[in-house]
Write a protein that binds this ligand. Structure first.
Ligand code: DC
Length: 209
């Protein structure tokens, strides 16, 4: 079973995807991490994330970069959002994601375009979302727990920018797949969100049985 989990920044899709992978004993790929690695590598190369060629060159990052804790920071997330608009970057990362989705036995992938581009035939698609306020507060608490020096206002403004960039780009924009089940978890904690996600997966599996 392939489970596609898409949604905007800080919607909780990563936590839900990890929980679903654990629950169904499937491998999990956080595809945002690949774009984060490209964003980080552009900077390491001294390149410009908005330049298509610099961004494309950065797709040849070493796998060891994926384990760097700093990939999770807000700063690298913003770079990832910028490099992800380039067609060549998306093309360079496509095969790796498709191969993961094609694993025998299935997989859980989370990102922005899993249900629409990477695994359009996935039998189960979730679109996880939450209000801007709820997402900003979550991201603020996460950043604080990592000791990052950021304000709630700055995070809020960054989310608005990232939402606009991710939703309005020409290549594989963030959009609900027609057959995705929408899970709004603004008022749910992590455990409740996962329980709601499992219920939706089970409902879809029941419909398909
Ligand atoms: O999920 P995340 O915050 O780690 O993603 C960082 C950026 O990467 C996001 O703003 C857009 C880009 N991204 C993408 O374009 N497609 C994906 N499948 C995953 C992430």
């Amino acid at each position: 079973m392939i489970i596609a989990v898409d949604g905007p920044t800080a919607s909780g899709k990563g936590t839900i995807a990890k929980g679903l992978a654990r629950h169904y004993q499937l491998p999990h790929l956080d595809t945002g991490l690949l774009y984060r690695a490209v964003g980080r590598q552009v900077r390491l190369n001294g390149g410009d994330p908005d330049d298509p060629l610099d961004a494309a060159r950065a797709c040849e990052f070493p796998d060891s970069l994926l384990a760097e804790p700093m990939l999770r920071t807000e700063a690298v997330g913003a770079l990832a959002s910028r490099v992800s608009v380039h067609k060549r970057v998306r093309a360079a990362l496509l095969a790796r994601q498709r191969a993961f989705a094609a694993r025998p036995g299935g997989a859980v992938l989370d990102g922005r375009d899993i249900g629409t581009v990477i695994a359009p035939d996935a039998p189960v698609k979730l679109f996880v979302t939450a209000s801007l306020e709820a997402r900003a507060m979550r991201r603020f608490r996460e950043s604080q727990s990592r000791g990052e020096d950021v304000t709630l206002d700055a995070i809020h403004a960054d989310l608005v920018r990232r939402d606009a960039r991710d939703r309005n780009r020409a290549e594989a924009p963030l959009v609900e797949a027609a057959d995705a089940m929408v899970l709004d978890n603004s008022d749910l904690d992590a455990a409740e969100s996962l329980a709601a996600a499992i219920a939706l997966v089970e409902r879809r599996r029941g419909e398909q049985a």
